[in-house]
Design a protein around this ligand. Sequence first.
Ligand code: AKG
Ligand code: FE2
Length: 177
Amino acid sequence: MHRLKFVRYPQSEPGSQGVGPHKDSTGLFTFLSQDQVGGLEVLNRSGQWISAPYIEGTFVVNVQQGFEAITGGLCPATTHRVIAPATSTRYSIPFFQAVRLDLTLEFLKEAAVDIVRRIPTQKVANIENVTIPSEFLSPLFSCFGEAQLRNRIISHPDVGRRWYPELYEKYSRQSLS
Ligand SMILES: O=C(O)CCC(=O)C(=O)O
Ligand SMILES: [Fe+2]
């Protein structure tokens, strides 16, 4: 199921939760419209958080875990986070393209063999060391729906702790790599 979200981040004390480090997990790509307040950050290949500022007339495009899985990890999903705004309210509108919730990694890999074969390979230095693991690529989850639930609970820990305490406990103890 595709999703469009309207997000409001109220002005907060420094250090408050925005969105924790994660890779979007609904499907292939995210298209995000944001205001000029700032706070969205992306992990680059050297392991540094860099800001993804507002650029007039553009969307931010994130590679999601589905695309990472389809390409056998050759196109890693974008690791990103949002720092809660300290001086004003931030608004953003992400659109998440989706894949079927009951899709399995096994099926996806089989279906995508031909696509992956056509992608020119290149050496991607140390990328595994500076990224966070993908639920979609983990054998712990039977289908993408379950992987997605884990991703949402871990990316929004205050919500996870409050509404899904048992799952939050379970998922935060899990090591995916
Ligand atoms: O609000 C933003 O800029 C990003 C939100 C986000 O990363 C998400 O909801 O997955
Ligand atoms: Fe995200």
